[in-house]
Design a protein. Structure first.
Length: 709
């Protein structure tokens, strides 16, 4: 028996993972009207977030929690521009020592036209809340809540008691259409309410102005059948004949609509609250949101949407990567598995659209709903590592839309190639910012992401990807070449005139931040590799920069926040925000320019002395990746599960930051990237699970993951 036991264990460990069991044992369960525990269904480009009733019954109550958003990639709005502000009016000239004047889109403190233009383009466009669909109930009388999101099928099952009646609500989203399906069973009242807010245009909120109605018009476009109502939405219009922004189609699949009650005394076409009462025990309907220029497609039944969702999510979970922590004896493994599984779901729901995602996804607005290109790596890199490169490719293609604007930015600043903006919208317009416009670490991201796509593809697909993304890779590298400044007296290239990822540093004072230096070298190396794969000659200037980039600045055997910041370890400015120095070895491979002994000392100093309450959600996985590459797996696990406010993961799996930023998807994406790396390794790593301790407490089993470079 003693002889056979190792063979039995080896056989058991080789068995395929029961993926459904892993997923379903992490289904979120809600038992109260907790405003931080709302749940979401969606398809990557459209999402619908619900409260404990299974729909959006209490949007005002949840406004400062995980808000009840109905958002999409296409749902954007701009306030009128009566002053005819122009983007160029928000530009300011700078001299950062590159040999020419550079014009940046920035914010102006002084009142005047430049200030007005800067603020208008920062605020506009902003993402819209498309409409709240809920039950007409009083929150204080909702009792006995029992709500579960079935991650395996994408269906939210909600049960509760209201005024003595039991309610059973099922909610699901179509995987390809911006459509939800809802079924309500109860002997109690079932008044479905549909409310349409006007956009707020605020920096961070649920995007709902419930008091504005003059510029917020909803009218019936297609009432008259017994099964379908179509609502026409017009924002900033003057009459019902104005062009629609979008439509909302409700199809009644089960039960009978008794009547439609329009609240208020305003004209029919100026209503934004609709009550639809149902007299049957069960009512089921679908609600689809679509743009004005889209063709209205055939309605679907509730059961058809449920079936489509179940098939979609089964494919997602069975074809991608999966990690099973159930064989681990470390008491923290259960929580880590919960975070991993829920993050896989949330990123597929919020981050799978045709534009890069905003930091709060399709749930509520942050930074006016705009997306940040320095964050795309944290959101999307994991899709390639977890067996879903097609999702990464879908959003990466947006860069083709942005190339003309990115080329304009580079040209007006006196550089070649394309300079990728930081904060933007589907059009690629750069949002003015006193910080974002000076960042550069978003620049190599498309090179890195294209490389991850290439590595994740099969042999027959690699040539297509080389041809498809060659312009993006080469134009991105062209800017990197022209931005690096050669210092002849020291025979080196430097990076200056930028704000690094650790945003507490100033552009005019910062030279050679370590992560950006390392990323410049890595990005140009990958760009050269793409030239070789495409049978092109290596670019001699790129090689010169790779070989002569400045070394990482160090003092007292610790790496500095920048060459110009020797006081790093005495000044709180340099020990708060992102500890980006650790990204130089972690996000990026170990290179001869980064001494592992000095980086290990830096890692340990950061663990012991950093202002961890001044961090963000992706700082923890970045620290974990650095620790893993440096052979410190215990510290890698400690970093992933460090008990800090910004490393909190709510019941629904969202990475909580603070009362302003209640969810933060880059933290979820970073977690998945770090776990994939700790399991599958990185180029040159040895063995399985190199990022986890090998003492037997972390028997992590996984399938379908890829290593980092």
């Amino acid at each position: 028996m003693t002889i056979l036991l190792p063979l039995l264990c080896a056989t058991l460990s080789a068995q395929p993972i029961d993926r459904e069991a892993v997923v379903r044992r992490n289904n979120p369960h809600v038992t109260s009207l907790d405003t931080l525990s709302s749940l979401t269904v969606g398809n990557g480009g459209f999402a619908f977030t619900v409260d404990a009733t299974g729909v959006q019954s209490f949007p005002k109550m949840y406004a400062n929690g995980v808000s009840l958003g109905t958002m999409s990639d296409w749902g954007w709005h701009s306030f009128p521009n009566p002053e005819n502000y122009r983007p160029e009016e928000a530009l300011k000239a700078y001299d950062f020592g590159h040999g020419h004047t550079e014009f940046y889109a920035t914010q102006f403190k002084e009142e005047g036209r430049a200030h007005g233009s800067s603020e208008w383009y920062r605020q506009n466009p902003h993402r819209m809340h498309l409409g709240a669909v809920g039950l007409d109930l009083e929150a204080s009388e909702v009792k006995d809540i029992d709500q579960t999101l079935d991650l395996w099928t994408g269906l939210i099952d909600s049960r509760f008691t209201y005024r003595g009646h039991r309610y059973h609500v099922q909610t699901v989203c179509h995987p390809e259409r911006d459509m939800i399906a809802v079924r309500v069973v109860s002997t109690g009242k079932k008044t479905i309410k549909v409310d349409f807010p006007y956009p707020t245009g605020k920096h961070t909120d649920d995007g709902c102005d419930w008091d504005e109605w003059e510029r917020n018009i909803t009218s019936f476009e297609g009432i008259g059948t017994s099964h379908t109502d179509t609502l026409k939405r017009v924002l900033d219009g003057k009459s019902r004949f104005d062009t629609a922004n979008y439509y909302v189609a409700l199809n009644w699949c089960e039960g009978h609509r008794s009547f439609v009650c329009l609240k208020g005394d305003t004209p029919l076409w100026n209503h934004n609250h609709f009550d639809i009462a149902e007299r049957d025990t069960a009512v089921a309907f679908t609600c689809e949101f679509y743009q004005a220029n889209d063709l209205r497609r055939s309605p679907l039944t509730f059961d058809e949407v449920v079936a489509a969702s179940a098939e979609h999510w089964k494919n997602y979970w069975t074809k991608g990567g999966i990690v099973d922590f159930s064989h681990c004896t470390d008491s923290r493994a259960r929580e880590l598995e919960r975070r991993v599984v829920l993050s896989q779901y949330l990123l597929a729901v919020n981050d799978g659209g045709d534009t890069p995602p905003q930091e709060t996804g399709l749930t509520f607005n942050s930074w006016f709903g705009k997306f940040h290109l320095e964050m795309i790596w944290w959101h999307q890199a994991q899709f390639a590592l977890w067996g879903h490169p097609e999702i990464l490719e879908h959003s990466l293609d947006w860069y083709f839309t942005a190339i003309p604007k990115a080329r304009e930015i580079a040209q007006r600043q006196g550089f070649r190639g394309v300079r990728w903006m930081k904060m933007t919208d589907p059009s690629g317009t750069e949002a003015p910012s006193k910080v974002g416009s000076f960042l550069i670490w978003q620049q190599p991201h498309p090179i890195y992401l294209a490389e991850l796509l290439y590595r994740a593809s099969d042999i027959g697909n690699k040539t297509r990807l080389l041809n498809k993304y060659n312009e993006i890779v080469s134009s991105t590298a062209d800017f990197m070449e022209s931005f690096a400044t050669y210092e002849a007296d020291r025979d080196r290239y430097v990076l200056k005139g930028c704000i690094p990822a650790q945003e507490t540093l100033r552009a005019a004072e910062t030279v050679n931040p370590p992560f950006e230096l390392s990323y410049w070298r890595f990005g140009l190396q990958i760009a050269q590799l793409w030239r070789e794969r495409s049978q092109d000659r290596r670019n001699n200037t790129w090689d010169a920069i790779i070989n002569r980039l400045s070394p990482l600045a160090a003092k007292d055997s610790l790496y500095l926040a920048a060459e110009t910041a020797p006081e790093t370890y005495q000044d709180i400015r340099f020990t708060s925000d992102h500890m980006a120095v650790l990204g130089a070895v972690g996000i990026l491979p170990q290179t001869p320019q980064a001494d592992p002994a000095i980086m290990r000392n830096t890692l340990r100093w950061v663990f012991d002395h950093w202002n961890w309450d001044k961090t963000w959600g992706w700082d923890f996985p970045m620290t974990a990746m650095c620790a893993a590459r440096l052979g410190e797996p215990k510290k890698a696990v400690e970093a992933l599960l460090m008990p800090q406010r910004t490393n909190t993961y709510l019941v629904n799996g969202h990475n909580y930051q603070d009362s302003r930023l209640r969810i933060y998807l880059p933290g979820n994406g970073g977690l998945l990237t770090a776990v994939a790396m700790m399991c599958a390794g990185w180029d040159g790593s040895q063995g399985t699970n190199p990022g986890f301790p090998s003492d037997g407490s972390w028997d992590v089993r996984w399938e379908g993951l890829l290593p980092l470079p």
